[in-house]
Design a binder for this molecule. Structure first.
Ligand code: DGL
Length: 270
């Protein structure tokens, strides 16, 4: 039996998952969060599936040890290779939510005809989005591009400036995106550059899917359906990182104010 008073656990390689955490708290402001940013091992995008599975499993064990009622894999790269693994680990102790399946369902329901996806090398290599979308609707034309510079760029604080504008343009001018009616930002870091992506496509009617909002609504639905809403008001949050970085500290303060509780907790790969 899952206890509704327990926290929601959430993890990513770094600050990307904070965009998801933020969206979840907008929908569910009374929940307590435990966030883990695996800053010692980012970017996840260029690591092998085995390595990502190892890190995800270790963080998953930690969040289960902390008695989380629901665990969000707030990382597309980890969602594409470690979702089933974490579900097996959690069994009936916690609900596990990935960030790919809810976005696939949203895409199908919207009736798009041609969909573009950008994400890390790891996410794009697995073809997870494409497979899942086309399993449900083979008529949707899906094109995907690995954009490996984006997550490290955002993590280092380069967004909404000249450098990010150039990098984003370089990727998005790829002819494969001609005629798309939606672009999935398939990395949880990318909501932080959503504005710049929108500016690039400003003349076209393209829906830019910043997936954090879709995940926030999805998590709310699950929590309500399963009657797992925390009863108290105004949640408390705790942030763990595997390595202390200035940028992570800055980003958490930006999202959650000066009094952020940030703890360093090492995880190692033997
Ligand atoms: N934010 C992550 C994702 O959604 C990982 C980015 C990275 O560390 O490469 O894929």
């Amino acid at each position: 039996m899952i206890d509704s008073e327990k926290s929601i656990g959430i993890f990513d390689s770094g600050i990307g998952g904070l965009t998801v955490a933020n969206a979840v708290l907008r929908e569910l402001p009374n929940e307590n969060l435990i966030y883990f940013g695996d800053t010692a091992h980012l970017p996840y995008g260029d690591k092998s599936p085995e390595t990502i599975q190892f890190f995800s499993k270790t963080i998953g064990e930690f969040l289960l040890f902390k008695d989380c009622k629901l665990i969000i894999i707030a990382c597309n790269t980890a969602s594409s290779v470690a979702y089933e693994l974490l579900q097996e680990m959690a069994i009936d102790k916690a609900i596990v939510v990935d960030v790919i399946n809810p976005v696939v369902d949203y895409t199908i329901n919207k009736g798009f005809k041609k969909v573009g996806i950008i994400g890390t090398q790891g996410t794009i290599n697995t073809g997870a989005y494409q497979k899942k979308i086309n399993e449900k609707n083979p008529n949707i034309d899906v094109v995907s591009l690995a954009t490996p510079l984006l997550a490290p760029m955002i993590e280092s604080g380069f967004s909404n400036g000249q450098i990010s504008k150039l990098v984003i343009e370089e990727y998005l001018k790829n002819p494969m995106f001609i005629g798309i009616d939606a672009l999935i930002l398939g990395c949880t870091h990318y909501p932080l550059i959503k504005k710049e992506v929108e500016e690039f496509f400003h003349n076209n009617k393209i829906e830019i899917l910043a997936t954090n909002e879709i995940i926030g609504q999805h998590v709310k639905k699950i929590i309500e359906e399963k009657n797992l809403n925390r009863k108290g008001s105004g949640g408390k949050h705790k942030f763990y990182v595997s390595d202390y970085t200035e940028n992570f500290a800055k980003a958490t303060k930006l999202f959650y104010g000066e009094s952020v509780d940030l703890v360093k907790l090492q995880i190692t790969k033997e």
